[in-house]
Design a protein around this ligand. Structure first.
Ligand SMILES: *Cc1c(COP(=O)(O)O)cnc(C)c1O
Length: 420
């Protein structure tokens, strides 16, 4: 079994918490950079390969800037995410706009930035034409329906609200062609937190096959195929990371079989992964506030599910370390909780850990994606700071913690005086 190691020592952590009070998320720059190089390097055979980091996973401009320097673009799905990409200095085909149920002003902003527009529905061809105009390059999101088996988080494609059916793809590209569009892309996203490398190869098989069929019927060539995100990470010690070399080799074979063999090369391969890129390189650090013993033993932290809601929302496993106690016997059975008035506010249920004392620091692993970003203010909880552990060992704050003033900023208390 893999050991879950931390990129900082107990001494280093004790030093960090002197400056930055718990709870906070801390991200490991070195880990992120090395993985980014590995990911892109795995596809060196495909000229024009690009990974568009799914901004929703970790919408912090400092992280996006690190990734941009590694050649990544941004996959955005809202106005705020587009603005973040803009602030980081991205434009044009460095931005992929994969949205759904999209308001016109978001298409407007995406087009203003020159982003690649990925339409989620056939009715959006008329919608975007009416409100903003049809862009030069258009991509459709394909939902392969029953062709693709389901996955626990994203569910069965036929039950999914996203994308075009196969028939709609043909109809949609035909319509674009009639409207004079000359540049085309295709996209699909059918996985979430998937650890099986072959799943992504199978997705490429479905997409490439579809590309050939569309070409035969409509005579159009695709500039790119975006295979989406959904690459899983080893949350549990017995899990193995997805072997991207294997994914790449499988996709390369299919590329030759379908794309090259039909004269459709060159065609760029895109991904829009979030979780795999930053997930394993983030840690939620919290302090034990209380120990409680009733029918069970409870370790109460100063963090709550508003800092990390995956355990409550998906019953997701997140590994927990107690720095300095890694080598002690893990023979105490605890529920590790936050303070929300919701009984699902638990980071772990029946978890074997070393004996924990009040004031201990605990580290919750793999919070670098869909962690801080899924935070919320329910129960008047404030979102935490985000820190970055630089490659040189320095720690910098890349987002401050919210204050009560932030929380109350949308209320006008003065209005209360004249309100009867
Ligand atoms: C959420 C999402 C992603 C990223 O998913 P990960 O599981 O973080 O890789 C990519 N594309 C779209 C359209 C998404 O909604």
């Amino acid at each position: 079994m893999e050991k879950k190691v931390l990129p900082f020592s107990k001494e280093k952590l004790d030093e960090i918490v002197q400056t930055y009070p718990t709870p906070f998320h801390i991200y490991d720059e070195k880990g992120i950079k090395e993985y980014a190089e590995y990911f892109t390097g795995s596809f060196s055979w495909n000229s024009g390969f690009k990974e568009y980091f799914a901004v929703k996973a970790l919408p912090n401009p400092y992280i996006m800037k690190i990734l941009h320097e590694k050649g990544f673009g941004a996959d955005c799905s809202s106005l705020a995410e587009l603005v973040l990409a803009e602030k980081v200095g991205m434009s044009g085909d460095e931005i992929m706009f994969t949205s759904n149920d999209t308001p016109a002003e978001e298409y407007q902003k995406a087009i203003e930035l020159g982003a690649i527009i990925n339409l989620d529905d056939i009715s959006h061809i008329d919608y975007i034409e009416k409100h903003v105009g049809i862009p030069e390059l258009v991509c459709f999101r394909y939902n392969p329906g029953a062709l693709k088996g389901g996955n626990a988080i994203i569910g069965n494609p036929e039950e999914s609200k996203y994308g075009f059916t196969r028939e709609q793809l043909f109809e949609g590209y035909k319509k674009l062609k009639e409207k004079g569009v000359k540049r085309f892309g295709i996209h699909t996203m059918v996985a979430s937190n998937e650890l099986d490398a072959d799943y992504f190869v199978e997705t490429a098989d479905i997409i490439f096959d579809t590309i050939v069929d569309i070409h035969k019927e409509l005579g159009i060539k695709f500039e790119f195929a975006n295979l989406g995100g959904g690459i899983g990470i080893p949350y549990k010690r017995e899990h193995k990371p997805v072997d991207m070399q294997r994914v790449s080799a499988g996709i390369k074979d299919l590329y030759e079989k379908y794309i090259a063999a039909n004269g459709l090369a060159p065609m760029k391969i895109f991904f829009e992964s979030g979780r795999a890129i930053t997930g394993p390189f983030g840690y939620l650090v919290a302090r034990v506030l209380h120990f409680k013993e009733t029918y069970k033993k409870y370790v109460g932290l100063d963090a709550s599910m508003h800092n990390l809601m995956r355990p409550a929302m998906y019953k997701a496993y997140h590994h927990i370390s107690v720095p300095g106690k890694e080598e002690q016997p893990h023979n105490m059975l605890y529920d590790v909780t936050g303070s929300l008035c919701e009984n699902n506010d638990k980071f772990a249920i029946n978890r074997l850990l070393p004996e924990i004392e009040v004031d201990d620091l605990v580290v919750i692993h793999d919070t670098g994606a869909h962690g801080h970003s899924m935070g919320f203010n329910y129960n008047g909880k404030l979102r935490s700071a985000e820190l970055l552990l630089r490659e040189n060992g320095e720690v910098v704050q890349i987002r401050r913690a919210e204050t009560l003033d932030d929380y109350f900023a949308t209320l006008d208390f003065k209005g209360l005086d004249s309100f009867k």
